[in-house]
Design a protein around this ligand. Structure first.
Ligand SMILES: [Zn+2]
Length: 130
């Protein structure tokens, strides 16, 4: 295993972006076989080449920055999905409104009749039926 250590010295190695691309490549590969698609097969090969290039790249700072960008996007998407899941789970207990002034999302308890909602962000007061 010493040769591998020597070979990988100064090289970037794996990260979350490479692993995600690898999973995507496997998915594309399965899809290309199922659909017998030449375009998907080429896309699969391109993805694999990108993964290999990233793992063996010696430009560590550039690869690190790419991974950071990917993780930012990933966490933003994950946050939005978690927010939607939380909203769907809370639909029977809460009602959601958007502030008419600043579009801030507001959550109020259901079945309280007509209520006055004050936006915590801009202070706009709305009368809504919950
Ligand atoms: Zn507001």
């Amino acid at each position: 295993m010493n040769w591998l250590k020597k070979f990988m010295a100064g090289r970037y190695g794996t990260d979350q972006l490479s692993l995600t691309l690898l999973i995507v490549a496997i998915f594309i590969s399965i899809l290309s076989r199922l659909l017998n698609s030449q375009i998907l097969n080429i896309l699969y090969l391109v993805t694999i080449v990108i993964v290999i290039y990233r793992i063996f790249s010696k430009n560590v700072s550039k690869r690190y920055q790419e991974n950071m960008k990917f993780l930012n996007i990933w966490h933003s998407i994950k946050g939005k999905i978690n927010g939607k899941v939380k909203q769907i789970k809370g639909l029977k207990d809460y009602k959601y409104f958007k502030c008419v002034n600043c579009k801030q999302k507001l959550r109020v308890p259901r079945k309280k009749g007509k209520i006055s909602i004050t936006c915590p962000k801009c202070g706009t007061v709305m009368i809504k039926k919950s």
